[in-house]
Design a protein around this ligand. Structure first.
Ligand code: SAM
Length: 218
């Protein structure tokens, strides 16, 4: 649904993103996860690399996944791919192009409101993180700004934090916290209506098997 929108935006996303939300969201997500230098993180719905850049700056290696090859192309043109720090992979959040337990962390900033089935996307994030690793989702709280659906191709008008908590636990995450990220996402419609939507931060630790479910066929 949003694929054509992001394919058309491509390199323009960085400029738009600066108007939507600030770097503080990314810093809070990375701080909440307690990221460690040298670790491997997955950035789902990586876009042009907003979260990926923050992770690399903190000394992590990143697998950046996005369904839009145009967004990934914009990311790879900017980043030091040659240094072998970032691995860009085209793929969907409902079937990540990674093995089970491949990474130490998984981040998804402003992805979840675009996916068809949020629980399936969360299960996939859990699947690709090793037991003891962390999953962090930052996204919009529930809102009623319909223009974000019609003009920005959002599929979901944000989420109730209770749903996020329930989905995290159903996916096998422990020590789940869903709290305010302390930031707003700001947008203006074509006819001048302004929206300031609060952003939540969801954090969980991947449990040990059998709490960890696989979405792969047996
Ligand atoms: C709002 S942008 C956020 C990009 C980036 N995370 C950021 O914070 O700047 C959403 C991104 O998710 C990607 N996306 C949307 N639905 C997806 C899906 N089902 N699977 C993988 N990527 C998806 C889009 O192509 C786009 O790059």
């Amino acid at each position: 649904m949003s694929r054509a929108y992001f394919d058309a935006l491509g390199g323009e996303w960085d400029r738009l993103r600066e108007r939507f939300f600030s770097e503080a969201v990314r810093d809070k997500a990375l701080d909440a996860a307690g990221v460690m230098r040298g670790a491997l993180a997955v950035d789902v719905g990586a876009g042009t690399g907003f979260v990926t850049r923050g992770l690399v700056a903190r000394g992590l290696r990143v697998i950046a996944v996005d369904e839009s090859p145009v967004m990934l192309d914009a990311l790879s043109k900017k980043q030091a791919l040659a240094a072998g720090v970032i691995d860009c992979r085209a793929g969907g959040a409902d079937r990540l192009p990674l093995e089970d337990d491949a990474a130490d962390y998984c981040f998804a900033n402003m992805l979840l409101h675009h996916v068809e089935t949020p629980l399936l996307a969360i299960r996939e994030m859990v699947r690709v993180v090793r037991p003891g690793g962390r999953v962090v989702v930052t996204d919009l709280d529930a809102h009623d700004h319909e223009f974000l659906r019609t003009e920005h191709h959002d599929r979901w008008l944000g989420f109730a934090r209770e749903d996020i908590r329930r989905w995290f636990q159903a996916a096998g995450l422990t020590d789940v916290r869903v709290e305010s990220a302390g930031e707003d996402c700001c947008a203006t419609s074509c006819d001048g209506r302004a929206a300031a939507v609060t952003i939540f931060l969801g954090l969980g630790t991947v449990g040990r098997p059998p709490g960890k479910g696989s979405t792969r066929p047996a």
